[in-house]
Design a protein around this ligand. Structure first.
Ligand code: MN
Length: 492
């Protein structure tokens, strides 16, 4: 489902005390606001005025309808007037969709001449939103609070970004990850509790034999391969004479895509240690699937594969790009420190700064009989984040670090893979130290679209620990935060 097909329901709290005329005005104002908000380019999904709720039964009915709607990804509530919040308790107790408390006001200014007691009774969001906030706090309801005037760009931006986080939370409950084979032997960080993660996040993570994929590849006919290779020639520079290898990757792409579509999976993994029956690790094939929005994790890393998919869904249409990434090596020249990220083949061309070229090179790692084809390119520059989800035993931790990607200062003519370079916040030396302290993995999702706030909101909706490393993060501060996280984990 595209973002524009998803709905957020604008629900206005009130009561019968004010009489029908006031309630009609409340409804008209809310409709006007919803129409304007829905038209804003900052709002990625449909924003619909749903109802003005005045009784316990109305709130219960509305929450049940939201829970049952596949399109509804959240409720945005506001109190134009006062709405006694005991009316909301039973409904909110049933709530299964993301919830935003939009503390706004129909009028921007207090009108000097016009203001009287009727005006005050109609426009008392300052009053009503406090009663509403109390009941959320009392019920420990996970919720986003946005405060500000509904026409302001910063307010609409905040609302739009929260909607994206909410879509990520709703889609997590539907996400299937297809693992081709297991994860790389002896690696710790790619392991995890699949049952615990499904309970917490909804991700369905299951394994398919590599042999099933090999069978699927054998069923791909030559004409289909011809057609796909013709597309490659249009999209990329062909910098190889080894068209047999390129054709082999096309066959892999078609077969993997077919299996993912059949299973309804949004993400997949594989490992170079388990390619039995295949001539080469999917490189170009995987890169193409990632560019089409599939999440991917190498070495069987299903957590990063799923995170990649969730972030791609959340950031649809933003245009910056999000990619599976691996920290590879550092440049530690004083004053010119940066990280070089890449992978053995599978770097997502969504973040390419130049036209990718197809090349074939020997891959010395794993069971690769032939030189696998891959897309080689340079990553773009700009502000972004890297995100890593790790299993702490008894719970997950999402670590997000702010980064500044830079144009690679070196040509690196003998590096046979796509490359991305960046400087972590607060700086490489402290940033890497903080990342290591938090336990962040070498596999991440690098995103030019998602920011720390969007991912923090997603983590809160999923009920998992969140760690942000930014320009102001200190070693001592982070240590304290992690200790607090441990305490909460032990108590819960
Ligand atoms: Mn790796």
């Amino acid at each position: 489902m595209k973002l524009k097909e998803r709905e957020f329901w604008f629900v206005v709290g009130s009561q019968h005390l004010y009489g029908p005329e006031t309630l009609e005005q409340v409804r008209d104002h809310a409709r006007e606001m919803a129409r304007a908000i829905n038209r804003s380019s900052r709002i990625p999904c449909r924003f619909i005025y749903k109802d003005t709720v005045k009784t316990n039964d109305e709130v219960v009915a509305l929450v049940k309808a939201a829970n049952n709607s596949d399109k509804c990804c959240g409720i945005v509530a506001w109190c134009h007037t006062f709405s006694p919040s005991k009316l909301w308790i039973n409904g909110l107790g049933l709530l299964q969709k993301p919830y935003c408390h939009f503390a706004t006001q129909y009028n921007r200014s207090i009108p000097d001449k016009e203001i009287d007691m009727d005006f005050m009774n109609l426009n008392q969001a300052a009053h009503g939103d406090r009663e509403h906030g109390y009941i959320h706090a009392r019920m420990r309801l996970p919720r986003k609070i946005i405060m500000g005037y509904w026409k302001d760009a910063d307010v609409l931006n905040e609302l739009g970004k929260w909607m994206r986080s909410a879509v990520g939370a709703v889609e997590s409950r539907n996400l299937k990850v297809c693992r081709f084979g297991d994860n790389m032997r002896n690696v710790a960080v790619t392991e995890g509790d699949k049952v615990g993660t499904q309970i917490q996040l909804g991700w369905q993570v299951n394994t398919w034999a590599v042999g099933d994929l090999v069978k699927e590849m054998a069923a791909v006919c030559d004409a289909e391969v011809d057609e796909l290779v013709a597309q490659y020639k249009e999209l990329y520079d062909i910098n190889t004479k080894n068209m047999q290898s390129v054709r082999y990757q096309a066959r892999e792409e078609i077969a993997i895509r077919r299996m993912l579509e059949r299973e309804g999976a949004g993400a997949f993994t594989n490992t170079f240690e388990d390619l039995y029956g295949m001539e080469q690790l999917p490189g170009l094939a995987t890169q193409r699937l990632m560019a089409d929005g599939y999440g991917f994790g190498a070495e069987g890393d299903w957590k990063v594969a799923a995170m990649d998919r969730v972030i791609k869904l959340m950031t649809e249409g933003m245009g910056g790009g999000s990619a599976f990434m691996e920290d590879y090596t550092y440049n530690l020249d004083k004053g010119g420190e940066y990280s070089l990220g890449a992978h053995m083949l599978e770097v997502d061309p969504s973040i390419a700064a130049d036209k990718p070229r197809i090349e074939c090179h020997h891959l010395g790692i794993g069971m690769n009989e032939k030189d696998p084809a891959r897309l080689v390119f340079t990553g773009k520059a700009g502000k972004g984040v890297v995100a890593s989800l790790i299993e702490m035993g008894g719970g997950l931790r999402l670590i997000v670090q702010d980064i500044e990607a830079i144009t690679p200062p070196l040509q690196m003519p003998n590096l046979p893979v796509a490359r991305v370079t960046w400087v972590a916040k607060p700086n490489l030396k402290d940033g890497a130290k903080l990342w290591i302290l938090a336990g962040g993995a070498h596999h991440t999702v690098l995103s030019f679209d998602a920011d720390a706030q969007m991912l923090a909101d997603w983590a809160e909706l999923m009920g998992i620990e969140f760690v942000h490393i930014g320009k102001d993060t200190t070693y001592e501060g982070l240590k304290q935060q992690l200790a607090l996280g441990e305490l909460i984990r032990k108590l819960s």
